[in-house]
Design a protein around this ligand. Structure first.
Ligand code: 5GP
Length: 190
């Protein structure tokens, strides 16, 4: 997706050979126009998949997921990273090892919002080693619902996540695919 790649080139900061900071438009400040285009792109790619729900993970997955949900006309559920006071019982839970924090945490959703008849699209901001996306698919499987695909805003294709998810049989659609982050330079796969 050209507009996204341009934004990454113009405003992304390469923190190391494997971490890209995009606080200027996705992870802290949000660019609503770009998010709308991202939602439209996800909707175009998955429009014939019969999606009934989108699931993401708080906080940075919410903006692109909501925009995709608006375009597809389906509800969006975001998994919580911690068990809050209002989210106590009847939960589906999964353990996720965080790439950025290097710690394991539990993500959870209420079983009220996802059912066995649902066809679910997973959306997240980044794909690195695939653990966040895999945790979300785990929640969907616990509900006996179907995973129809995984939509990623920025995939770091030099890390293992894409292959992990493809090997499990999931359809992966990434809007920007980064080949490398070497020498503070971002290069893309087209
Ligand atoms: P994975 O679970 O695929 O290893 O990592 C994906 C998760 O880690 C995403 O939800 C995202 O929050 C975070 N993440 C992974 N790599 C990056 C990165 O280069 N930059 C930022 N900002 N977040 C990342």
């Amino acid at each position: 997706m050209h507009a996204l790649e341009q934004k990454i080139l113009n405003e992304g900061i390469v923190l190391s050979n494997n971490v890209l900071k995009v606080d200027a438009f996705l992870n802290h400040q949000i660019d609503p126009v770009l998010m709308q285009q991202i939602g439209q792109e996800f909707a175009a790619r998955f429009k014939d998949a019969g999606i009934t729900k989108i699931i993401t993970i708080e906080a940075s997955g919410i903006a692109p997921a909501v925009m995709a949900g608006l375009e597809l006309g389906v509800p969006v559920i975001f998994a919580r990273k911690y068990q809050s006071l209002t989210l106590k019982d009847d939960l589906y839970r999964a353990k996720v090892f965080s790439f950025t924090k290097q710690t394991e945490s539990t993500i959870a959703i209420s079983n009220k919002h996802i059912h066995s008849t649902d066809k679910v699209l997973v959306i997240d901001d980044f794909l690195a080693n695939g653990q966040a996306a895999l945790g979300l698919t785990d929640l969907i499987h616990q509900a006996h619902a179907e995973v129809v695909g995984i939509g990623i805003v920025i995939e770091k294709s030099f890390q293992s996540g894409r292959d992990l998810l493809l090997n499990k049989g999931y359809r992966v659609e990434s809007l920007a695919r980064i080949a490398s982050l070497t020498d503070e330079k971002v290069t893309f796969i087209h």
